[in-house]
Design a protein around this ligand. Sequence first.
Ligand code: FAD
Ligand code: AMP
Length: 495
Amino acid sequence: MKHRESTYASPVTDQRNKMARTFDVVVIGAGPGGYIAAIRAAQLGLSTLCIDAWKNAAGKPSLGGTCLNVGCIPSKALLESSENYERVVHKFADHGIGVSGITLDVAKMQARKDKIVDTFTTGIALLFKKNKVESMHGFGRFAGTVEDRYVIEVAGEGAVETVEARNVIVATGSLPRGLPGVEVDNELVCDNIGALGFGEVPKRLGVIGAGVIGVEMGSVWRRLGAEVTILEALPSFLGAADEQVAKEAYRQFTGPLGLRIYTGAKVASVTRGKASVTVEYEDREGTRHVTEFDRLVVAIGRIPNTGDLNAESVGLRLDDRGYVEVDSSCRTNLANVFAIGDVVRGPMLAHKSSEEGVAVAEMIAGQAGHVNLATIPWVIYTSPEIAWVGRTEQELKAEGVAYRAGQFPFIASGRARALGETAGFVKMLADASTDQILGVHIIGPFASELISEAVVAMEFGASSEDIARIVHAHPSLSEAMHEAALGVDKRALNI
Ligand code: FAD
Ligand code: AMP
């Protein structure tokens, strides 16, 4: 066994090895990182096993990890449903459309969401079949090495099965970060799982943490009628976003959307009652507040899921926060063991996990896989949507990079006016001397779709002038990107 830095290898009994099947690649975890890695590996002719432990609410194995079961997909289904409700109740009148007798059937909304999830999770099983990926339900953990192979034990419904792998891809994802001393029951005190499953609209919803999950979940239930209060420990709001975007988001979320967001709030205690939860917190001035909620969502971030991997049995190195340590190519300290997605450094985003999965599968097959972390798009699916790629204005300032900025507001876009979605803007940042695009920041309608043009541009090393010289359809939201690019050279035409 050749370890890159570790020399530890635990012995494995001969008895167990006689039973073990050997694969070129064993992937642990079938989230968007793991299942995509497995498919790509199999496409490249490698015998591939994907082990996954997820069970859905009905107790059935369900592929797709956090993203498909309790993350990206169900949250976007509910965001769309709640946005439609908001449109009917508050926005249709502007179009001259009067609607009476509006009803809200939360159970049906949830059933629609569940059906979407089910379609995709069962779809992965079909994709595995089509691509000849072997799928095994159970919890996988390292159990030592034999010659040049890693031994992995899989605890499923029956006896523990042992398999051997020439290459291992750890794709075990992440878990919600808990608030010390606060037990999540997903009835009154919820994480993302409970927050996506309410059977009725809570009258008073508390959310701890104003990150991506907190504001998305808060938006869903606010639009459906809940009074939503978000408590954020940091003094700033959406710290990872461009400051100007975060400021506009705060204005929109606390204004038209009606979220109550308190930054600099220190939660002192959470007390569960029979049918409500009492939260005691200190505001930024140090004043103590005691607030009662019908439901509470704890959304204070996510932690890497490495606790039960038995990493120490093979000497797999984790950092002090529990992430698997990897280099820029997702290689761990062990030969032929890779780790991808939420369980390693970088943004906790599904598309980042998947791209790392593809890259690693290609590297194992002898190709040159690569993921450019500098051009990963970030999206927050609120209304207005927020999306960005590259560096923020505050990062460029801190790094002392000379840049020029162009900005175009959606209020000046014909298409945005027609949509009735005029809040927000597109901002482009380009290097002052080379004009290369360094970052693009959008808050506004369909930001999640618009950002792709900026990602392509940055991947190709485009300048703002390149975008300025490309013909954009009229009337379309993409014209805002065009005008922001023109704005970098102070020659915007429609503002
Ligand atoms: P996961 O999706 O967490 O999958 C890991 C899988 O491994 C799970 O099935 C788990 O059961 C399994 N597993 C773990 N340990 C073992 C083991 N030892 N043996 C067997 N199986 C194991 N990202 C976006 O890009 N866009 C979004 O819109 C978005 N929305 C989100 C909304 C919410 C509410 C949440 C919670 C997250 C959202 N995310 C979003 C983040 C996204 O879900 C994650 O970045 C993504 O799921 C990470 O993929 P992964 O494959 O690394 O891990
Ligand atoms: P994200 O990482 O996008 O899921 O965001 C999590 C958010 O929760 C961040 O804005 C954190 O600052 C915030 N947060 C973390 N711990 C606490 C806490 N104890 N109370 C309130 N907010 C918190």
